[in-house]
Write a protein that binds this ligand. Structure first.
Ligand SMILES: [Mn+2]
Length: 195
């Protein structure tokens, strides 16, 4: 089974992440940051990854440490669950439309972390959520998951739609990338022989 459980405790956050890459998108995500939970739910649902996340962070300061550290732990869980990446498709892409927003994600489970995140979110807040934390999350997820992750906004003027489209696009791209390729299910998808 391609599963992982990560627990991560620092002076700023206590985080537990459980995932199953071969799940059905069942989720229970509770970080204390409402909008962020809503986005993590999208990630699980549309990647068809079962995801249980519990985060207790220093929200009396702001949401930064909780969002960033959840990205770290989720990235670590993804890397662990993927193992040697034998048989996976490796690449994923998605153009996702949500009302006014269209976001494109292209990713490679390359073990070479790199983030391009051009969302140009028009407001600083969505409810109480600081929109600059979207990049912080994807940076942490990319770095610790070993993901080359490109996310670009093509259209959109509503911040909630843009960010939600981004999470859904990443989810759909991730769903493809972690899937087993039945034409080559026994091989590591690299001419180097390792990823
Ligand atoms: Mn929404």
């Amino acid at each position: 089974m391609r599963t992982a459980k990560i627990t991560r405790s620092t002076a700023e956050t206590d985080i537990s992440v459980e995932i199953n890459l071969d799940g059905t998108g069942v989720y229970d995500n509770q970080t204390g940051v409402g909008f962020f939970d809503h986005m993590l739910d999208q990630l699980a649902r549309h990647a068809l990854i079962d995801m249980k996340i519990s985060a207790k962070g220093d929200l009396h300061i702001d949401d930064h440490h909780t969002v960033e550290d959840t990205g770290i732990a989720l990235g670590q869980a993804l890397a662990e669950a993927l193992g040697d990446k034998r048989g996976i498709r490796r690449y994923g892409e998605c153009h996702l439309a949500m009302d006014d927003a269209q976001v494109r994600c292209a990713l490679d489970l390359s073990a070479r972390p790199f983030l391009i995140c051009n969302l140009e979110i028009p407001t600083q807040k969505i409810g109480t959520f600081d929109t600059e934390l979207v990049r912080e999350f994807f940076q942490a997820f990319s770095t610790h998951g070993g993901i080359t992750l490109h996310i670009d906004r093509l259209h959109g003027f509503n911040s909630h739609h843009i960010v939600e489209a981004a999470f859904k696009a990443v989810a759909r791209a991730l769903r493809s990338a972690v899937e087993t390729d039945p034409r080559k299910s026994d091989a590591i998808p690299s001419t180097k022989g390792t990823l």
